[in-house]
Design a protein around this ligand. Structure first.
Ligand SMILES: Cc1cc2nc3c(=O)[nH]c(=O)nc-3n(C[C@H](O)[C@H](O)[C@H](O)COP(=O)(O)OP(=O)(O)OC[C@H]3O[C@@H](n4cnc5c(N)ncnc54)[C@H](O)[C@@H]3O)c2cc1C
Length: 529
């Protein structure tokens, strides 16, 4: 009895010390989000330590974010101007998919801005009769027109983190981690230890009581956050929580990445991530102010490294010439696509690549880090006694998020008309399609995706499904509306289509190019909010 009491007393102790292992984007974003919300610098009851190995480099790729990053940085008290300057960042307004429906130059946009009218009217249904004359993205928002012209999403006079259209960022991943690290240490009261975790001390009921490090000895804590990337030192190696592999759905497991300088300093900076389909994968092309980050993601089961390198050179020849393309030395990255069977186990939770990784299509990794850290921060268990309940909910939520992401990424492949290689034939084989996606596609043959299709754990808004479906040439044959309702809706839709045309011409006339705005930020700042 006395023993039980002492356990419950121990369990009811307030959670005081959080130890994050890993100093990549996952470690520092998680530290920043928790420290800002829990006023760690004011010694408000929570101590936060980040341990970063001097022996294991950060992954150093991962250059596209979602618009959510604006809110994350704002909450952490970061200045947008400083962030753009120090992380070599540019503006990302979505993705441009080239050659995904069939090989060639044909493209479509998946912009970040939602269609005009948003939740009030489903514009896609009214666009369908005009599908042969205007693309869906062009009809419903200004952003594809801005991206065609390399325009920025805002002006120099627009306040920090605000935009004329929705936007995220392209950034230098290495500089981003360093920027976050400095901010967390200098402004948010986070303690930083450069040390390698070599082992784990287990406490009561299998909890981690302390980490064993090379230099600082034992580091104890109440909650341990595993941000160790592919090492997955705590959740994978220590707790042996298996990876739920997804290579039967999303085949890509490798990438060759390079950094390409601009041929001249005035070269336009793309407003979108360019994603160009290849025979056995796709190439990303991300424009930063000083260079482009380019990489070929591929399935090692469908092709060889030398074939991929050859494709990458051919792709680059168009922009940098044959001689420069012949000289590139790509860096190879390999991964097993999947996510952990559990993210939170005992007093340990994994965030970032330690929790899982699937290919970088639609840049879902950083946003999952933001969402995981935000959830941990908002639902930080008061003590160990209630932690298992929080863990169970966290695990259910994020397993659902991963599954929805996987379905959305697979959507890009299954709609393709490409059957020219084994890779595309395998992707379009219905047996490789998750059931949830198959059901959605059945429905969408007769009804246009909208808010009613969005399941609780969805990461992408319904508009994203529309942009990809109709960008890829999918057809929906909706049931006709009763005549009176149809006329009222058609009138409202026409007003919104006209509104888009007006907004587009105002935006095109007034927004600067990315290159111009970013160069001005060397000298001027966005107005602080
Ligand atoms: C090809 C590719 C392209 C990508 N593109 C995108 C993209 O466009 N957008 C996007 O959102 N994401 C992208 N990602 C994912 C993105 O790079 C990662 O999600 C992000 O960088 C976070 O990585 P991380 O912090 O989890 O891991 P890492 O950056 O690998 O950091 C791991 C940290 O753990 C530390 N560590 C490891 N072992 C120990 C130990 N024993 N003791 C102490 N410390 C330890 C290391 O020192 C390091 O600091 C991409 C990934 C790949 C592979």
């Amino acid at each position: 009895m006395a023993n039980e009491n002492s356990i419950s007393t121990l369990n009811a102790q307030p959670l005081k010390k959080i130890v994050i292992v890993g100093g990549g984007a996952a470690g520092w974003l998680t530290a920043g989000i928790i420290a800002a919300e829990h006023l760690v610098d004011k010694h408000n009851g929570i101590e936060l330590v980040v341990i970063e190995s001097p022996d294991v480099a950060t992954i150093g790729v991962g250059e596209g974010t979602w618009p959510s990053m604006r809110n994350t940085l704002k909450k952490m008290g970061v200045s947008e101007t400083d962030f753009i300057r120090e992380c070599d960042a540019s503006f990302k307004q979505g993705s441009k998919f080239i050659g995904w429906s069939r090989p060639g130059e044909e493209f479509y946009y998946h912009p970040f801005t939602l269609p005009e009218g948003n939740n009030d009217i489903n514009l896609a249904a009214h666009w369908l009769p005009f599908r042969e004359t205007i693309s869906f993205a062009d009809a419903v928002c200004a952003q594809s027109h801005l991206s065609d012209r390399y325009l920025a999403p805002k002006q120099l006079t627009t306040p920090e983190f605000a935009g004329n259209v929705n936007y995220g960022y392209h950034l230098n991943a290495g500089k981003f981690s360093q920027f976050l690290q400095k901010h967390c240490i200098d402004k948010l009261g986070v303690t930083h230890l450069i040390d390698h975790v070599t082992g784990v001390n287990s406490g009561e009921k299998g909890d981690i009581s302390a980490l064993i490090t090379k230099i600082n000895g034992e580091i104890n804590g109440d909650l341990f956050i595993d941000c160790t990337g592919f090492a997955s030192r705590l959740i994978g190696e220590h707790y042996q929580i298996p990876l739920v592999e997804q290579s039967h759905i999303l085949f890509n497991d490798s990438a060759l990445a390079v950094q390409i300088p601009y041929s001249n300093p005035d070269e336009p900076i793309a407003s979108c991530t360019l994603s160009t389909a290849q025979d056995s994968g796709w190439i990303w092309d991300i424009g930063l102010p000083t260079r482009r980050g380019v990489g070929h993601v591929f399935s090692s089961a469908h092709t060889q490294d030398d074939e991929v390198e050859k494709n990458l050179r051919v792709y680059l020849e168009a922009s940098i010439g044959k001689a420069a393309a012949a000289n590139i030395t790509p860096r190879k990255l390999s991964f097993t696509p999947g996510y952990r069977a559990k993210f939170w186990h005992k007093n340990c939770v994994a965030v970032g690549i330690a929790a899982g990784f699937i290919e970088p299509l639609e840049a879902t990794a950083l946003v999952l880090i933001e969402l995981s850290a935000q959830t941990i921060s908002e639902q930080l268990p008061a003590n160990r006694a209630v932690m298992d309940i929080t863990a169970k909910r966290f695990n259910n939520k994020f397993a659902g998020n991963w599954q929805r992401i996987i379905e959305f990424l697979k959507l890009h492949y299954v709609l393709s008309e490409r059957r020219d290689t084994e890779y595309w034939r395998d992707h379009c084989n219905p047996t490789t399609m998750p059931d949830g996606l198959r059901e959605q596609l059945e429905l969408w043959r007769y009804q246009v995706p909208w808010k009613h299709d969005i399941r609780g754990d969805e990461m992408f808004p319904w508009a994203s499904y529309q942009y990809v479906l109709y960008g890829m040439g999918f057809n929906t044959l909706p049931r006709a509306l009763a005549k009176r309702a149809a006329q009222a809706e058609t009138n409202a839709a026409n007003r919104l289509f006209n509104e888009t045309v007006k907004k587009t011409s105002v935006a095109v006339a007034n927004l600067p190019t990315n290159r111009y705005l970013l160069s001005k930020l060397g000298e001027f700042s966005f107005q602080k909010i």
